[in-house]
Write a protein that binds this ligand. Structure first.
Ligand code: ZN
Length: 157
């Protein structure tokens, strides 16, 4: 009997992974989240002059034209990164040490995300990465994460 209880307890413990922090979805970012729900990564771009905006805006900050969420290729480079050693986000505690990278997409905008499968020892600024949409256990929305691409860093950075 005690053996069964222990097994049930262990099962309950391993299943009880807290959900990651939920994103704040507002009128400006809803288009981004609608795209991720369809498995697409889309960022804000001016439909008049084509400028990619660093953050979603209703109007282009260059020409005041209307904006839309347009799909990006999903590739970019590491602009900055940190290595997380302390499991301060309970949902990601099992991942430590892990890398949070600020990635500059080839289109220009930058987004942070976890660089999956890396502990940080050899990640450098300029590392080429590809974005993925990852549904972490317990999460309601897919998160932008990254994977290292072969070929090391981009020159001239
Ligand atoms: Zn514009």
């Amino acid at each position: 009997m005690s053996r069964t209880e222990t097994t049930e307890q262990e099962t309950a413990m391993t299943k009880h992974v807290p959900a990651p922090p939920a994103p704040l979805i507002d009128a400006d970012s809803i288009g981004f989240w609608e795209a991720t729900r369809e498995g697409r990564l889309a960022l804000c771009r001016c439909t008049d002059c084509g400028t990619w905006l660093p953050r979603p805006l209703e109007r282009c900050n260059r020409c005041a034209g209307p904006t839309e969420f347009a799909d990006v290729a999903g590739t970019g480079t590491v602009y900055s990164h940190i290595v997380v050693h302390h499991p301060s986000v309970p949902a990601f505690a099992s991942l430590v040490p892990y890398v949070v990278a600020l990635v500059e997409f080839d289109e220009g905008p930058r987004l942070p995300g976890i660089l999956l499968g890396e502990s940080g020892a050899d990640i450098a600024v300029g590392q080429r990465v590809a974005a993925e949409l990852t549904l972490f256990p317990g999460a309601e929305e897919r998160a932008v994460t990254y994977r290292r691409l072969p070929g090391g860093t981009e020159s001239g950075r």
